[in-house]
Structure formats: C-alpha cells, structure tokens
Ligand binder design. Sequence first.
Ligand code: ZN
Length: 307
Amino acid sequence: MKKKMMMFGTGIALVALTACGTEETEGDASSSGDDPIQVVSTIGQLDDAVTNIGGDLVDNHALMGPGIDPHMYNASQGDVQLLDDADIVFYNGLNLEANMEDILEQMGQGKPVYAVGNNVPEDMIKADEEEQNMPDPHIWFDIDLWSYAVEEVRDGLIELDPDNEEVYTENAETYLSELTEVQEWAYSEIEQIEQDQRVLVTAHDAFQYFGDAFDFDVLGLQGISTEAEYGLSDVQRIIDEMIERDITAVFGETSVSDSAIEAVIQGAGQQGHDVEHGGELYSDAMGEEGTEEGTYIGMYRATFHKW
Ligand code: ZN
C-alpha cells in the first residue's frame, strides 16, 4: 500500500513537469518564430535603440512620450497591460523611473527586464550631489556611456531570440557607428564655442554628463531629479551666477515646467540683468514622433543647435 501511494505521487509530479515543459516550448516558439517580439521600453531614447536594433523582428512601444517627465511618471493601467504582454522590457534605471521601480522589479520575476544603466561601468556614473547614494541617471547625454545602454538592448534581444543573433549584432553595429559619427560632429560643433561661453543654465540638472563630455559648466535650477521643488534661494543662486559671469540665456526643457526659468528671467531683469529664454531643450524626453527630434540622434543634435 505504501509503495502504491508513492508511485501515485511520482505520477502527479511527472504530469506537472510535462505540462510545464509544453508551455515553455510554446513560449519559445512565439518569440523566435514569425511573430515579432513584443518589446516595451520606458523612455523614447531606449525605444529608439530597440527600433534600430530590432527592426522588423520587434513590435516595440515606449511608455513615456514627448514632454513626459520620467522622474515623476507613474504607470497607467494601459502601461501595466503593455508590460504584462511584453516579451522583454528595457528601462534606464539609475533611479530615473523612480516611481516605476516596484512594478518593473515585479515584472522581472516573470520575464527578462533590463535596467540598461546598470551596464555602464560604475566608475563612469556620476553621483547626485544633493541626494546621498543616488546616481545621476541622464546617461544619454554622453554617447560614451549611452553605447553601453545600447549594447545591453542588443544583448537582451539576442538572449531572448538567439536565432537572430546575426541580425541584432549587425544592426547594433550600424547604429553604434551612427552614434559615434554624431558624437564626432558634436565635438566639432563645440570647438567653435569659446571656453568662457560654455555655460548652460537649465530647469533641472539633466546635463552633467553633457557638461563633462564637452567641457561645459551646467547649472540647473532643480536637482538631478525633478522631484525636489526649486526654491527662491535656487533662483537667486542662479541669478547671482549669471550676473557674475554675464550669462544672458536660460533654457527650458520639454519635460519640465517653465516656471523656474521664468522666475530667473524676471528676477534677473529686476536686478538690471537682461536674460532671454533660449528655447526648450530635449532633456529627458524626445520630440514628437515623425520629427527629427523624435529620434535619439535628432534630440541629441538639437541640444547643439540652441546656441
Ligand atoms: Zn532628468
């Protein structure tokens, strides 16, 4: 009797194993067969890498469109559905999508979810000087760093769909060489700007990596994250610096309210220092789909067209 029961038990275990195995095989078939791989990224910059590397093999979506601030973004019901349906997910990490970390980690239990910022060597990551132990997530403003993120997208797709390794590898190579090309163009543009004019005043501190790469001083009214509100002392600090260094332009950002920038322009004016609004930069969000600025390279180039 005892023996019989044991056999019965083994039988159940076998059935369960077989069922599980069948499901796995089906899952594999749908991701490496004719159906495109469903890819969800948080920010447009990453989605652009997926578009370029995945081509027709992927069906990809970005959760955060033009003008959206990733620091403050909360996942909608629709986003949760997209994440649920995705075969693979990419996000920047390094505390950029601060309010989405829980759900992204949760998704990571059941499918490949990559925080691409983690692929950048740690010694290249800047610290957020106002928030202890927090990194600066704005790695897309230095192509030396962003290339690591792009490589993580490539490697993630290969891991999920090894049959098409060659396609992903070749596409990534082409894309990375385009990024190197635009980086070289940027260096030649910057060379034409006098050293004492290399100052960028913006709404929030998204341009520290940019500043390091191009030897620019960058001053942000808000910190690395837009979560911390700016105060009057921040406005006065920027005005003092602008007067002292005779800086006459400030820049808005498509994903941040202009109120801090307007306060600087008004406050400086009251102190007899004329400051103009230099236009809006694409800091954390790309431009409208279908426009040049709606691509990573276009948004990157746009930063250099503002002066
Ligand atoms: Zn930011």
